[in-house]
Design a protein around this ligand. Structure first.
Ligand code: ATP
Length: 320
């Protein structure tokens, strides 16, 4: 093998650049050429591809977003478009593709693998919702951003004796809500993986007031409902001076944490080591702090990300 391609796809996540650097550098140091593909699968099909230079890589390690850009390109779900992508890869002499992205992006890599093109998925999404790994690149940074925002909101909630309902990202997975909610001492965390009872939450806030805590913090994952909708429902069960806040895209950007950068370095390098061993068609990840590689087709077709919902019970045991 002489030449590998790298693309980032789906929602951007802090640490994607650190992964790009690790993949490209590890490949170059092993004597391979690394080609960057701009704008995800869209750029792949359009041939927006360039040879990466080793000298330009170290300066991207602390940058959020992705220097390879990202794009939503639903057309790539069609077989014809996937085959066109393989044609372009062949034209550039690229023999293996490393895809950094979330669940949808993994499906693209899976399809390329099914058509015989060696592809490896590196988990890069703030949602932490990919099967085959305990953690995804970008989750730690996003959870830290959310925690910092919740800390700030707690300050004003305390000063004004208000209840804040804060919506964090997570369409299908409540990981950001759980981790930031526990870290910021939330009174309730509402996630898509578990039924919730607004009346019980409201009663708890009322009881808290009687017992000496006159402000509140509720963290809601976006997959459940919006902060505004939750606030409206909550207000039906009590006389709260409540406010709704949506953190939205601030959770995507910013300087990646050390943890995300090191995870990106480990996973990116691992992808190349596996390719050098002649392996491929894999989803790589981290499990119990060890690098793991699983068949990408089996991983996507037969496994689901398991959110650690025991964290919800933990929060119930340690909250006010
Ligand atoms: P995130 O969840 O963090 O936003 P993601 O990778 O899940 O990341 P998606 O928008 O779902 O984001 O997918 C990214 C891209 O992957 C799509 O725009 C499309 O090009 C490709 N893709 C998604 N689903 C499929 C599929 N079933 N088959 C082939 N390609 C797909």
């Amino acid at each position: 093998m002489k030449r590998i391609g790298i693309l980032t796809s789906g929602g951007d996540a802090a640490g994607m650049n650190a992964a790009v650097r690790a993949i490209a550098r590890s490949a170059m140091n092993a004597g391979l050429e690394a080609y960057g593909i701009n704008y995800g699968y869209k750029g792949l099909v359009e041939g927006n591809i360039f040879k990466m230079e080793s000298t330009k890589l170290d300066e991207i390690v602390n940058r959020g977003g992705t220097i390879l850009y990202s794009a939503r390109y639903p057309e790539f779900a069609e077989k014809e478009t996937q085959l066109k992508g393989i044609e372009v890869l062949n034209k550039f002499g690229i023999e293996a593709l490393v895809v950094i992205g979330g669940d949808g992006s993994y499906h693209g890599a899976e399809k390329l693998t099914m058509h015989g093109f060696n592809s490896i998925g590196v988990p890069g999404t703030i949602d932490n919702d990919i099967p085959g790994t305990d953690f995804t690149i970008g989750f730690d940074t996003a959870a830290n951003v959310a925690t910092e925002a919740l800390d700030r909101i707690n300050d004003t909630a305390t000063s004004h004796q208000r209840v804040f309902v804060v919506e964090v990202m997570g369409r299908g997975a409540g990981d950001i809500a759980l981790w930031s909610g526990i870290a910021a001492a939330a009174d309730a965390i509402v996630i898509p993986e578990r039924e919730y009872d607004i009346e019980a939450i409201a009663n708890k806030l009322t009881e808290n007031r009687k017992n000496g805590k006159d402000h509140g913090l509720i963290v809601v994952a976006e997959g459940v409902m919006t902060a505004a909708e939750f606030k409206e429902k909550l207000d039906q069960y009590g006389d709260f001076d409540s406010r709704a806040v949506t953190l939205a895209h601030v959770q995507r950007g910013g300087v990646p944490t050390t943890k995300d950068r090191v995870l990106a370095a480990r996973l990116g390098d691992y992808a190349i080591q596996l390719l050098l061993e002649g392996k491929g068609g894999l989803a790589i990840g981290i499990h119990d702090n060890k690098l793991v590689a699983t068949d990408i087709i089996d991983t996507l077709e037969n496994h689901k990300h398991q959110t650690d919902v025991s964290l919800l019970d933990l929060n119930d045991r340690i909250r006010f």
